[in-house]
Design a protein around this ligand. Sequence first.
Ligand code: SF4
Length: 502
Amino acid sequence: MAFAITQTCCADATCVSVCPVNCIHPTPEERAFGSTEMLYIDPRSCIDCGACADACPVDAVRPVLSLTGPEEAYATINADYFEGTEPTTRTPGSPNLHDWGAPRFDRVLGADFPRLRVAIVGSGPAGMYAAEDLILHADAEVTVLDRLPVTDGLIRFGVAPDHPATKQVAENFHRLHQHPRVRLALGVEVGTDVTHEQLLEHHDAVIYAVGAPSDRRLGVPGEDLPGSLPATTVVGWYNGHPDVAADAVDLDTERVVVVGTGNVALDVARVLLSDPDTLAGTTIAPHALAALRTSKVHEVVLLARRGPEDAAWTRPELLALRHLPGVELVVDDHAEEVGATIDAAERGRKAATLQGVARRGIDWSLPPAPGRRIVVRFLATPVEVTGDEETRGIVVSDGARRTEIAAARVIRAIGHRGQRVADLPWDGATATVPHHEGRVDSLPGAYVAGWIKRGPSGGIGTNRRCATETVGTLFDDVITGRISTGAVRRRGLKRLLARAQR
Ligand code: SF4
């Protein structure tokens, strides 16, 4: 028997550091880290100790023999990652409890420095991984600010409610909220309620971890018609985001088109078509659950610009979609090359995940057939959202011809985009803050972490390494005297934050 990592993998690599035989890969030291769909356990080397399962913050690690139904695929998915490689072994220098190499202090700020005071703007994963590093590796005091009245950012408002194991990662951060050197200031918007300069009067540095809260736009006519929505609105709606009205999403229609094939697109399709009773015990917003109970939606169409091998979803999320109770997954059989690519795909390839999925030609001028269904249409570039007063449909092109898909709701899920942060420099092309290993060179005391630093890619765990780099840079700057510590005002912070919260 061996253990296997499953769908909920957050890739924060906590498991890697506890494995006594170094059989979980890629490790943060390996080039592939951050670019794979998840982490994998080499079944040839695993000694079944279970340490990784105990350490995993999202309960993603399970004994292979306990996997049932669709989860059985993870035994193969884990093993496939190591195909053609030598069995993994403990490597010198790897982050391994049993590898007692020379100690490394390069990311620790010693006691010879006055207490470091850092403000972190954003209580999502990037901000909290930074807070964790500061608390564990320095005698730092941390003020975590969030413009919302609640913590957790993307974990609370971005992860789908039917992924409770993924949301569980927030529990680690909640423990940190209680730490005596951590102060929370919720409902405070930096740039509006308090300025960067005011924060710097009381802190040695400010780390901005504000994410990428906007959506990328399609750039086609009609995308602002009523009924055409960004995915952030839909995701915020079912997660109860305070900025999204309870009636922001109207499900009084049979077909919804989602532009995009990333995991957010799959989340939206899954939530819209799931049996509401299965969502009832989750964190779904009550208004969304009530709307789903009376929803007329029974077909969701996912539009992919390119072919099956280029879909943006991860294989675990597509596997989950294949096994959604009462919902049929169908590939629109409109182009011969789509089926040919799926049939020719070798095991482990993205397109191979669609082998065995029904393929059907669909007449888009007709209303959807009875039954709940997700249809994937590949080679479909959006050209125009149609309608006069309201959305009527979307025209797509495969290069040779155009097709109009009738749908009263069109949801664009083609990625996030950062929003300009007050006082900070801005790169409009990437919608990120220009930085050098997390330091904003043009604004003294400012640092960035997470999506506002590297752009909106990578899941929750990817932020751990990103935050670690930023905190490492901050420690370097303290050690080299680039920023000074101990000179900030010790009094008045509480009053400043209380005033800002009003
Ligand atoms: Fe490593 Fe033990 Fe987990 Fe196997 S069960 S992957 S040996 S930590």
